[in-house]
Every structure is written in structure tokens, then in C-alpha cells.
Design a protein around this ligand. Structure first.
Ligand code: ATP
Length: 265
């Protein structure tokens, strides 16, 4: 196994935020082994928004976990030239006994932000996600969408860079808006695009939702199922809604799912 992470002196460091080369992940052993990912090559540029799309069980979350160093690949290399990545899930998983402000402050503390100015920085991040004045509310006093905004502010807090570090931030998002109602989801997608354009973070965003991928991603990567492999990429996707592209990707996704179903039959 070869895993290379956090190497600021990479030759290609200026144009690569994350690079997966020949990555495979196998869970279990022998007859029970599950190959979740096989021979995955993927590069994310600094400031790029990449959506990972695929059927349930194709290895999207596994890939995020590997990039986040929550797990290690079985084979292959992962190179990351970013700040410590922030991970955001469908469940905001806020500390229920802490206020919104304190939840964000905690992430800043864990990211090494100095005590002085931490409260102000948390307030600034909550303002960025349009929760100005809500710092003292506890999670149960907030709506689902507001809780996800706090979770987004907390993610941004955890990408904090120390000192002269000049590496791009990386957000790893695992279906963060899947549990929200359609209108709140739409608003949150817009907010994420606004914030990403402002902060120029690299984003690796997992979704099942083709429309969401088309709206958010500058690049869309389609994975096959078991083993998860990159089967198709769409580059430079348009900013505006593009029903034709949604139809094209849906057709390809259906094809990938039916091929998998035939293989498993
Ligand atoms: N810890 C584990 N032990 C064994 N198998 C696992 C483990 N984690 C994931 N898998 C298997 O690896 C495959 C990929 O799982 P993963 O959760 O990455 O898929 P996914 O694309 O994120 O799915 P979903 O869209 O349903 O969340 C699945 O077959 C899953 O059962």
C-alpha cells in the first residue's frame, strides 16, 4: 500500500489539490471480500468543484473517506495538497449542548485557530452562511436548513490554515443536502456556490441527484458499481440548468445500473 498525503513540495502542487492514482479499496477477505473501488484515477484542481455521481453502493462514500484519511486504500496512491479537509454529511451532527457559535468555535479550536479572535471568527463564518445573530441558538432551536448552515460554517472553520500556509481548502461533502426539503435544498445549493466562488475551495461532492450534480459541479464524475470505477466524466458543465445534460447523464447512469444488475443476476 502506498499512501502519500500532505506533500506541499509536489512538482504539480500548484495545479493539483487532490490526486488519486490507481486507487483500490477492498473490504474483508477471501470469499467475503467486497471490492468497493478499483483502479480509480481522479484529480481535483485547486478551486474546482467536482461531483461524484453513482448508484447506491458504488463506493462514493468510501472514496471520500479515503481522501479524508478516515480509511486507507488497499492499493494506489492518494496525494493531497490542501489544508486538512473538512467533511460534511447529510446529518449536521452538531453538538446539541453547544450553541451555533460554540459549535463553530470548537472546530476552529481543533483546527489550531488561536483562542484570541476565535469568537469573532466563528461569528464571521456564521455571517458567511447567513446566520448572523443566531450565534447563541442551540441546534434544537434552529430549522433543518439552518442546522446545515451551521454544519457548513463548521466545515469551513475546520479548513482553517495556520501561519503562512498557502494551500487551498478542501471540502468533502457526502450528500449534505439529501435530507432537506426541495426548497431548502435549492437555497443551500445556491449558498454553497456563492461561498465556494468567494473562498475558492476545492470541493468533492457526493450525490445521487443528477440535477444537483449538474447545478453544482464544474466536473461530474460517474462511478460504476462494485467495483466502483470511473466510467465517464463531464468537464466544464454549464452554470445554468441544462435539461439536455441532465437527460444525457441520467441515461448513462441508467445504463451503468442495468449493466451492474445484469452482472449480479
Ligand atoms: N466498512 C465496510 N465493510 C465492508 N463493506 C463495506 C464497508 N464500507 C463500505 N462497504 C461496501 O463497499 C461498497 C461501497 O460502499 P459506499 O458506502 O462507499 O457506497 P456509496 O456509493 O457511498 O453508497 P450510498 O450511495 O448508498 O451511500 C458497498 O458494497 C458497501 O457495502
Amino acid at each position: 500500500m502506498s499512501v502519500t498525503l500532505d506533500q506541499p513540495d509536489l512538482a504539480q502542487s500548484t495545479d493539483v489539490a487532490v490526486q488519486l492514482s490507481g486507487v483500490a479499496k477492498v473490504f474483508g477477505h477471501g470469499r467475503d471480500a467486497v471490492t468497493a473501488l478499483e483502479n480509480v484515477d481522479l484529480t481535483v484542481a485547486p478551486g474546482e468543484f467536482v461531483c461524484l455521481l453513482g448508484a447506491s453502493g458504488c463506493g462514493k462514500s468510501t472514496m471520500l473517506n479515503l481522501v479524508a484519511e478516515l480509511d486507507a486504500p488497499t492499493t494506489g496512491t492518494i496525494t493531497r495538497n490542501t489544508t486538512r479537509p473538512a467533511v460534511m454529511f447529510q446529518d449536521p451532527a452538531l453538538m446539541p449542548w453547544l450553541t451555533a457559535g460554540r459549535n463553530v468555535e470548537l472546530a476552529l479550536r481543533l483546527a489550531g485557530f488561536p483562542r484570541t479572535g476565535r469568537r469573532e471568527k466563528a461569528a464571521e463564518l456564521l455571517k458567511l452562511v447567513r446566520l448572523e445573530g443566531q450565534e447563541r441558538k442551540r441546534p434544537h432551536e434552529l430549522s433543518g436548513g439552518m442546522r446545515q448552515r451551521v454544519a457548513l460554517a463548521r466545515s469551513l472553520a475546520s479548513t482553517h490554515r495556520t501561519g503562512a500556509e498557502d494551500r487551498p481548502a478542501l471540502l468533502l461533502m457526502d450528500e449534505p443536502f439529501a435530507a432537506l426539503d426541495a426548497m431548502t435544498k435549492d437555497v443551500m445549493q445556491g449558498e454553497l456556490l456563492r461561498i465556494q466562488a468567494q473562498l475558492q475551495s476545492s470541493v468533492l461532492f457526493v450525490t445521487h441527484d443528477v440535477r444537483e450534480a449538474v447545478r453544482l459541479g464544474q466536473r461530474i464524475v460517474l462511478l460504476s458499481s462494485r467495483p466502483g470505477r470511473v466510467v465517464r466524466e463531464w468537464q466544464d458543465t454549464p452554470d445554468e440548468d441544462s435539461p439536455d445534460l441532465v437527460d444525457e447523464i441520467n441515461a448513462k447512469l441508467r445504463e451503468v445500473i442495468s449493466t451492474h444488475a445484469r452482472k449480479s443476476a
